[in-house]
Write a new protein. Sequence first.
Length: 409
Amino acid sequence: HDRHGPYLARIPLDEATWPQAAVTLALPWPAPAGGHHQSHRAVPAPEDGGDPLPQHNYHGIPLLRPRFWTLTNAVVPTGGFGALGVITDPLNTHTLVGSIGVGPVESEPVGLGSWSYRGWPIDIGVIAWRSEITYADEYRGTDGRDYDYTETKDAAELLFGRGIAALDRDFFGFVRLGIADWNEVDEAAEEYDGIAALGPPAFEGEERYVQVDLGYDDRFLFPDGYAPDAGVAALISLRHSGFDGELERNRALAAASGAIPIWRKGGHQLVVSGKLGTSDGDEFMQGNFSIGGAFGLGLPRGYIDRIATGNHLAGGSIAYRAALWRPFDGYGSSPLVNRQLVLEIFADAAQVSNDQPIDPDADWYRSVGGLLYTTWEFYGTLLQPGLGVAQQLDGNEDTTFLLELGFRW
């Protein structure tokens, strides 16, 4: 690898330069057939008659190193301005992710911290985060104006299964055990002048839940492509929640996406994705599903306020991506590489309903637009800052500007 990127090289194969013996590192998996972990095993003695060299276990914790950090508008999945960083050991047995920032509306502190370990046959993980979410026009004051509802959510999860660190291809699955605390932002509530809910009242309190995620991912990452460049991914998520020991909900969500190369040499591809969800149980203002959201992080893009909530969800997106400029140029011996300039044209649509999935009587919210972003590589991480515009085809039919500070790792 040089400043232009990876390349092939021919290295002379001179056996005279080979060492007579080398230390063998044993990974902590798979476990020996007897079920007991063998801490040291001898390897054959060197030809010079010296002592056998021991086989050592691999321990990732002493080898943890920062891999990258980046500014982002997705400090947590629901959005937020700030920075995010990742720490791993060389074999990615340990993955630590941390982020910190402020929420997109009321500037509440938000952030995330997680650790996952994939050195055993069963991955384990712990994650905790704080998010800020705003729902538009949910309350009406005595002045006749509609007011937004903004909440914070403090949550923590314990995970175990396969594929938690998102480093495994093909089939994966894991279980989440979680707890969350929902609270209204006081500063937002002070704006109300005698409020009346336009729908079910908002929930404030504690949620406890168990969730099972099953999925498949065969997407490829190519040095000259996007992240990912080709393949499909699918996920089925089943969740049962209890709220303050009195309310209950069940939720099922299916999501899938596919990247189809159209002209691989020129960096053109078609990306198709969709979501379908259904739920039942007690209702409150936040709903089981919501669409829209800050920074265009949720479908459909361009509806900055969360425009609708409901018990059922249907949505999809189709996008065409084309590389306009592909320098793949580095800077001296630094690991920073300017890969390409990308144009994405998209069309999104989504609906929520309280009656049935894909409800013919429910409103669809659609948008079209484009994103122009650059792709930079830093130690294998793709940083993708960019700007875009989205035109709402429903609702207020506003034109919205999009900010992309994304990354792919």
